[in-house]
Design a protein around this ligand. Structure first.
Ligand SMILES: [Zn+2]
Length: 210
C-alpha cells in the first residue's frame, strides 16, 4: 500500500463521533482503514476492538448478522475470510478478502460478538486450508496486477475487479498466468505458517445456542 492511500489513524481514545461511527458487532468506534477503491461501495473502516471491517457506512448488528448468515448454512455455520488473518495484514487494500461489493469483513471475534446478540456462541473455529491458501495466493497476485482478484475471477471462484484500461487488463491476464505458480509456492508456506500462528486467512465457524 503506498503512502498516499493510507488513511490517517486516530487514537482509540478519540472515541465515537460522526467520523467514527460505532462498530455493528461490539459498539466501539470504527476507524478509517482503506480509501474507496474501484469495486467497493465506499471507504473501508475497521474496529480496533473486535476487528470487524466495514465497507461504506456501517449498518446495525441485524444487517451484519444477515451478511454473516449468507456465508454459511442456516445460521449454524459460516466460513469467513478472516480480516484478522495474516493475508489481510500483508495485503491491506490488495487483500483478496476485500471482494467486489463486500460489506462486512469478519473476524472470529467480531462473529463471536455478533452472534452473542442472538444467544449463540462459537462452538468451534477451524482454519479452512483451501480457502486460506487461495486467499493468500490471490493476495500476493494482487500485488502484481492493476485489477483485483483477477485470477479468482478467471477461475470462477470470485468476482474480479478488472483494471480500467484494456492494456492493463491484458497485462493482468498475462501476469496472473506467469506469476501464478511462483505465487503459489510462496502462498502455501506463508499460509501454513499463518495458520500455525492462528492467523489463517479463512475459518469455518460453528455456532450453538447458549
Ligand atoms: Zn467491533
Amino acid at each position: 500500500m503506498d503512502r498516499a492511500t493510507r488513511t490517517p489513524v486516530v487514537p482509540l481514545e478519540a472515541g465515537a463521533g460522526p467520523q467514527n461511527p460505532p462498530c455493528p458487532a461490539c459498539g466501539e468506534p470504527l476507524f478509517g482503514w482503506i480509501d474507496r477503491r474501484p469495486g467497493l461501495a465506499g471507504p473501508v473502516s475497521r474496529c480496533e476492538s473486535c476487528g470487524l471491517g466495514v465497507v461504506g457506512e456501517p449498518g446495525g448488528a441485524e444487517e451484519a448478522l444477515r451478511e454473516l448468515d449468507r456465508l454459511g448454512d442456516d445460521g449454524r455455520t459460516a466460513t469467513i475470510a478472516d480480516r484478522g488473518g495474516f493475508s489481510a495484514w500483508i495485503g491491506g487494500a490488495g487483500w483478496a478478502g476485500l471482494e467486489r461489493d463486500s460489506r462486512y469483513l469478519f473476524t472470529v471475534e467480531a462473529v463471536r460478538r455478533l452472534i452473542a446478540r442472538r444467544d449463540q456462541v462459537v462452538s468451534s473455529a477451524r482454519w479452512s486450508p483451501g480457502r486460506g491458501i487461495t486467499a493468500m495466493w490471490q493476495t500476493i497476485l494482487n500485488g502484481f496486477t492493476f485489477g483485483r482478484n483477477v485470477a479468482l475471477g478467471a477461475l470462477g471462484r470470485g468476482s474480479a475487479v478488472p483494471a480500467g484500461k484494456t492494456w492493463q487488463r491484458r497485462l493482468d491476464a498475462l501476469i496472473s498466468v506467469v506469476v501464478a505458480v511462483p505465487a503459489l509456492l510462496v502462498a502455501i508456506p506463508l499460509e501454513l505458517l499463518a495458520a500455525a500462528l492462528r492467523r489463517g486467512g479463512a475459518s469455518t465457524l460453528r455456532f450453538e445456542l447458549l
